[in-house]
Design a protein around this ligand. Structure first.
Ligand code: FES
Length: 209
């Protein structure tokens, strides 16, 4: 091998070694940052909803009381609720993403995508807007749609809370429910992650609610 070639080969090896070294160095610098990120403590109040949980009014005169089907007016508006562990009596209001909404229709009005998660025509969705996290607490009775007041996001509760208009990037996740006597109870976890997902929302704007 000529000395020119040898030098070139040596330079290439040194370069590659430095590159790998820098890569590992960067990763090892990153590791403490990741591991130092404070872990959110899960308390009984912040646990996600689970099978068998009751649903209790989140606001108003009946706050804390268990929601029954009779409390859900046909064709809306929606009722805001938090899950409640029936064994411990703990209401899971310690996590924003546990806030849900219940709304009721005639069963044959519901689309197939959500009918399987419903009970007696009632459906339950995350009440946290997928845009910037405001509470989807308003009901546009004329359109029959759920309204997020922050940037006028509209969701269709008869069809899986799909986005009809406005900036939300995805539908509201469904919380499956079943009937237990005259009460809707949780039948499983959310069908997808509730709240705002990183990278799904364009920069700008903020949630004022
Ligand atoms: S439309 Fe709901 S936070 Fe923007």
């Amino acid at each position: 091998m000529s000395s020119k070639k040898t030098d070139a080969t040596r330079r290439a090896i040194v370069g590659a070694t430095i590159g790998v070294g820098l890569g590992i160095g960067s990763l090892s610098l990153l590791a403490p940052v990741v591991s130092l990120r404070p872990k959110k403590e899960v308390t009984p109040e912040s646990e996600p909803p689970k099978e068998g949980d009751l649903l209790t009014f989140a606001v108003g005169d009946k706050a804390g009381k268990v929601v029954t089907f009779d409390d859900l007016p046909l064709e809306g508006p929606a009722v805001l609720a938090y899950p409640k562990d029936p064994k411990t009596g703990v209401i899971k209001s310690g996590e924003k993403n546990n806030l849900v909404l219940l709304i009721r229709f005639k069963p044959d009005e519901l689309g197939d995508e959500v009918k399987k998660y419903s009970a007696d025509g009632a459906v339950c969705y995350s009440a946290i807007c997928t845009h910037l996290g405001c509470t989807v607490g308003e009901w546009d009775a004329a359109k029959g749609l759920l309204l997020c007041p922050c940037h006028k996001g509209l969701y269709d509760p008869r069809h899986g809370a799909e986005v009809v208009s406005g900036p939300p990037p995805r539908p509201l996740p469904v919380l499956p429910i079943r009937a237990d006597g005259n009460k809707p109870v949780v039948a499983g976890g959310f069908t997808s992650q509730p709240g705002v997902l990183a990278g799904t929302t364009a920069a700008g704007g903020s949630c004022a609610v």
